[in-house]
Write a protein that binds this ligand. Structure first.
Ligand SMILES: NC(=O)c1ccc[n+]([C@@H]2O[C@H](COP(=O)([O-])OP(=O)(O)OC[C@H]3O[C@@H](n4cnc5c(N)ncnc54)[C@H](OP(=O)(O)O)[C@@H]3O)[C@@H](O)[C@H]2O)c1
Length: 290
């Protein structure tokens, strides 16, 4: 599996990242197996969030790290924060909201470190843009977390280009990525400036739900005929389509099936020809390009 820096100033991640959002649907043993199979396939980067599995998925992954003590130094841990919602785990939260206050960011990171039984996060992402985000306060929180060695790199998720630039302006170090939804079923980032900003800044985006959560809305018959040319599966073609973009997208895959991790990892070997890439775009656009 290719590894590359997601930003010129690091960090280096595996080109395909394993996402843990859906991993509460499986047993502790399966989570361990997913992690180990991913690693066998060269997928070393794991995407979490404080809220996944009603605040439980980090804890389950942390148990895997305890059981496999050599694992932590072989992987990169990504997590997110700022979404808060009512839950038995968070009785003080009355209403779903976003919270980028310094107190919450610092508390959330410290809680994630406890959950993972680790002393550092490789990357922290602000999960969703907070309309009350005060860039000075976020900057203070990030600086403190970096100085304490608790977070090595920072980024954002679901930010517009304007929100990205605004926050970056107030930070003494770079935001290393924007994790956004991109797939054959969500092609807007190709045209709305999201990927252009990444190219302008020399940053790679991460693509969440790269297979549209298993609901890719494309013409399967045509997809299969092109897949035959590459001796690839439908799924591999969809991931290869993302990998072909010059911003060097890092797809964050969400399967809960170890064998599917193995299948998807092979997408890295597919080099889509330009016209085939456009053929796939044409299917989802449903018409010729202008
Ligand atoms: N930043 C954000 O706001 C945000 C939002 C959503 C997700 N994420 C991140 O992105 C990751 C991926 O999201 P996602 O789970 O929606 O991604 P995905 O890879 O597009 O979808 C995975 C889902 O598709 C199903 N699926 C059906 N056929 C499949 C096939 N042939 N191969 C693989 N999967 C197939 C999987 O089922 P099986 O499990 O049965 O394989 C699973 O339920 C999450 O884990 C999370 O880390 C971030």
């Amino acid at each position: 599996m290719e590894r590359r820096p997601i930003h010129p100033q690091g960090p280096t991640f595996s080109r395909i990242i394993a996402g843990a959002w859906r991993w509460h649907n499986v047993s502790q043993e399966t989570v361990e197996r997913l992690a180990l199979v991913a690693l066998e396939e060269g997928i070393t980067s794991f995407d979490h969030a404080d809220i996944y599995g009603d605040h439980g998925n980090e804890i389950v992954f942390g148990k895997t790290l305890i059981k496999n003590p050599s694992l932590r130094n072989k992987i990169e841990l990504i997590t997110k924060c700022d979404i808060r919602f009512p839950s038995a785990q968070r009785p003080a939260t009355r209403i779903k909201h976003y919270d980028t206050s310094k107190a919450h960011l610092v508390w959330s990171v410290e809680n994630s470190l406890k959950n993972f039984h680790t002393d550092r996060l490789d990357l922290l992402l602000i999960h969703r843009p907070d309309p009350l985000l005060d860039p000075h306060e976020v900057g203070e929180a990030f600086e403190q977390l970096k100085k304490e060695g608790k977070v090595l790199h920072f980024g954002v998720s679901n930010f517009t280009t304007g929100q990205f630039r605004m926050l970056q302006k107030h930070l003494p170090f770079p935001l290393v990525t924007n994790q956004i939804e991109i797939s054959l079923s969500r092609i807007e980032p190709l045209f709305n400036g999201d990927l252009d900003l990444m190219l302008e800044m020399g940053i790679s985006p991460m693509a969440w739900s790269p297979l549209a959560g298993g609901q890719l809305d494309v013409d399967e018959r045509t997809m299969f005929s092109l897949a035959g040319k590459y001796h690839a599966s439908y799924t591999q073609m969809a991931i290869a389509w993302l990998l072909r973009h010059p911003s060097k997208i890092f797809p964050v895959i969400g399967t809960t099936q170890p064998e599917r991790i193995r299948e998807i990892a092979k997408s890295i070997n597919i080099q889509l020809e330009r016209q085939d890439w456009f053929e796939m775009l044409r299917w989802v656009m449903g018409k010729d390009l202008p």
